[in-house]
Design a protein around this ligand. Structure first.
Ligand SMILES: [Zn+2]
Length: 242
């Protein structure tokens, strides 16, 4: 099926013969379900790869498509169409979950651009820690000193906990560190949004150099964010919050 779609730019509706965009899930003319091969999250919502999104509009479109693709509508349809509806519904859910979340949306976009973040999913990090083969993340250079000091404090807390004592001053310091890192995460979110704007403009202008620069900046930002997120997690653990 992939080959057929690759050969013809348009996909014909099985019910009314209308030529549809091969990424379309529903016929533009009759609204019937189509055997689309497309798995592109943006295309599924009729969107280009712009990163600045109207999340409220996305939600509306999600519910509209969900109703039309819902497997209950196809209980009496052919096996083939029941299968399409199941697949499309599942994909629609994945797409919505990814696109509505700023970080997941950015990661997905980078993935479609062939960039796999070596990040550092929570699962991967946990797995690495569990096996003791902690894959060291590269410390952002400007954070070296801060991280060094933090690690000393975390070590002290662990030792204090082991001897059943607690240093209130140390705990207060960690509270400050948690607030500080959380604020940094929020600042990164703002910076990410300006990178989205740069990407969107470069996409509209078809400006390859600016697109590349925006991608590299987003990768760096996400890695930094992931690093800080892990620090926040360590601090919260030390404070007994998680
Ligand atoms: Zn049709």
């Amino acid at each position: 099926m992939t080959q057929i779609l690759a050969q013809s730019a348009m996909a014909e509706c099985w019910a009314c013969d209308t030529q549809n965009d091969p990424a379309a899930y529903l016929c533009a003319a009759c609204g019937k379900l189509l055997p689309s091969d497309s798995t592109d999250y943006f295309a599924l919502f009729g969107l280009t790869h712009r990163l600045t999104l109207d999340v409220a509009a996305l939600e509306k479109q999600f519910y509209r498509l969900s109703r039309k693709l819902h497997p209950d509508l196809y209980t009496r349809a052919s096996k083939e169409k029941r299968q399409w509806s199941l697949e499309k519904s599942a994909l629609l859910n994945d797409a919505y979950r990814a696109l509505r979340d700023p970080i997941a949306r950015t990661e997905y976009l980078l993935e479609t651009e062939g960039i796999r973040l070596e990040e550092q999913s929570r699962d991967a990090t946990d797995a690495a820690r569990a096996t003791g083969t902690d894959k060291q993340q590269v410390i952002p250079p400007d954070m070296l000193e801060e991280v060094f000091e933090l690690n000393m404090q975390l070590e002290e807390v662990r030792m204090a906990a082991a001897s059943n004592s607690q240093d209130p001053e140390l705990m207060a310091n960690l509270e400050v560190a948690e607030k500080n890192f959380t604020a940094q995460m929020e600042a990164l979110q703002q910076q990410l949004e300006s990178l989205w704007a740069a990407w969107d403009r470069a996409l509209a202008d078809n400006d390859a150099a600016t697109k590349d620069a925006a991608k590299q900046a987003m990768v760096a930002l996400l890695n930094r964010r992931s690093y800080i997120r892990n620090l926040v997690r360590d601090v919260r653990q030390a404070l007994g919050k998680s």
